[in-house]
Design a protein around this ligand. Structure first.
Ligand SMILES: [Cu+2]
Length: 67
């Protein structure tokens, strides 16, 4: 699991947009979203760099979170 902190994920709309963006980058990605904690856990063959780039392209400000 790659843990990503996204402070500007603030509502269900953001969570849906993030899920869509990650799924379009990797159809097989497993995604868990903790909205109150602004945290997204992703299991994907894509590396962390690709995931971060995907989230940035979707308009968010992600950073990797130490596990
Ligand atoms: Cu939102």
């Amino acid at each position: 699991m790659i843990q990503i902190l996204i402070p500007d994920m603030t509502c269900g709309g953001c969570a849906a947009a993030i899920t869509r963006a990650l799924k379009s980058a990797d159809d097989a990605a497993q995604i868990q979203i903790d909205l109150p904690a602004h945290q997204v856990s992703v299991s994907s063959d894509l590396g962390a760099e690709r995931l971060l780039a995907t989230l940035k392209a979707a308009g968010f400000t992600p950073s990797l979170q130490a596990a």
